[in-house]
Design a protein around this ligand. Structure first.
Ligand code: AKG
Ligand code: FE2
Length: 353
């Protein structure tokens, strides 16, 4: 979130919808499109593990390489069910939309649930909040497979990096790559999601549909259902012809999807869904992260390097080698260099780019 962005809190969903000029009752044709999607055959799933996958095996075989699904990493949230969530978090405000100016639009959870229960919107409001309430953070623990979290060196300057996701069926996320070459895990606590994932090597104009359909049709495709219904079959055809490996699968309750850095992904909640997700940097994606981070956010990168210099000698050496090898010009932060609020709060979730 940069300085021009604000947060607006609404008393109820009607007020929010008026603000957004949001009118999205689903037509019968649209409801049919969702039903058709549920009947569609999905494609190949990433390899699945029970939570017996060792950290070493994960790091050497999968981290920063290929997606995996791990079952049962959600122990810390096992007491979450809809009643529990409503009872405990009804008074918390959650961000459930962003307006055209990038402002966060927030609704109290009980109001959101009321909307959730009787909505028949085509592209429903989706709680996607990186500012997790304190009483929810008490229960937040990083699953054992992801012990490295180098962005933590940024401390209070760290951009948003973990989100609570809650949405009715039909809500979801459009195709994107996560920022700064970070990897992510996404753990479904309640419900189910359909995913597609394409490798970093694929052409951006293919995954976004630009090379596959006319601009006129594409300009009307701005929600996950249309993306999955219209564009995904065309991309799959392209990938089959070109021998490009992709994944198209269902993530069930209690499963965690690992998204390697650079992989394109789009997600559709096919059941009412609650998930927790976090982006991270480990040894495996550090090199790519460092190059991307310097390019996109040089000021925060300086801060990162200064903090690492003080706290992790080995990682600092690695940074110096990378700076040399990739000609990264970075000066150490001087005492009076101040990382601005804007740099540190910069919107991390660059979903639609
Ligand atoms: O579950 C979803 O909607 C996808 C979330 C996601 O891709 C992200 O947080 O970057
Ligand atoms: Fe993502």
């Amino acid at each position: 979130m940069n300085q021009s962005q604000k947060q607006f809190e609404f008393k109820n969903v009607d007020e929010l919808k008026i603000f957004l000029k949001y009118q999205q009752r689903a037509s019968l044709q649209y409801q049919q499109r969702f039903k058709d999607l549920l009947l569609q055959k999905v494609g190949q799933s990433p390899i699945k593990f029970d939570s017996n996958l060792s950290i070493k095996e994960f790091q050497t075989q999968y981290d920063a390489k290929v997606p995996v699904i791990i079952n049962g990493l959600d122990e810390d949230w096992e007491n979450w069910n809809w009643d529990y969530l409503i009872q405990n978090y009804k008074d918390c405000q959650f961000r459930c939309a962003i307006d055209d100016d990038g402002n966060y639009l927030k609704l109290r959870f009980d109001q959101y649930i009321q909307y959730f229960q009787d909505n028949s919107d085509y592209n429903p409001l989706y709680i996607f909040d990186g500012d997790i309430p304190k009483n929810m953070l008490n229960q937040y623990k990083i699953p054992y497979l992801f012990p490295q979290d180098y962005l933590a060196y940024l401390k209070q300057k760290r951009p948003q990096y973990r989100w609570i996701l809650c949405g009715p069926k039909q809500s979801g996320s459009m195709i994107h790559i996560d920022p700064y070459e970070t990897s992510a895990w996404n753990c479904v606590v309640l419900g189910k999601k359909r995913w597609v994932m394409f490798p970093p090597s694929i052409d951006k104009n293919i995954v976004k549909g630009k090379s596959l359909i006319s601009q006129e049709v594409l300009s009307n495709i701005n929600n996950p259902i249309d993306y999955f219904s219209i564009i995904v079959p065309l991309i799959k055809e392209y990938c089959d012809q070109q021998n490009i490996q992709y994944y198209d699968f269902i993530q069930s309750e209690h499963e965690t999807v690992y998204v390697p850095n650079g992989w394109w992904h789009a997600v559709l909640n096919i059941e009412d869904c609650v998930a927790v997700t976090q982006n991270y940097v480990s040894d495996q994606n550090f090199e790519k992260f460092w190059i991307a981070f310097n390019k996109e956010n040089p000021t925060l990168s300086q801060q990162f390097q200064t903090n690492v210099q003080q706290e992790n000698e080995e990682l600092y050496k690695k940074i110096l080698i990378l700076n040399e090898r990739f000609n990264i010009q970075i000066k150490s932060l001087q005492q009076d260099d101040n990382v601005s609020e804007q740099d540190s709060l910069e919107e991390f979730q660059n979903q639609f780019d």
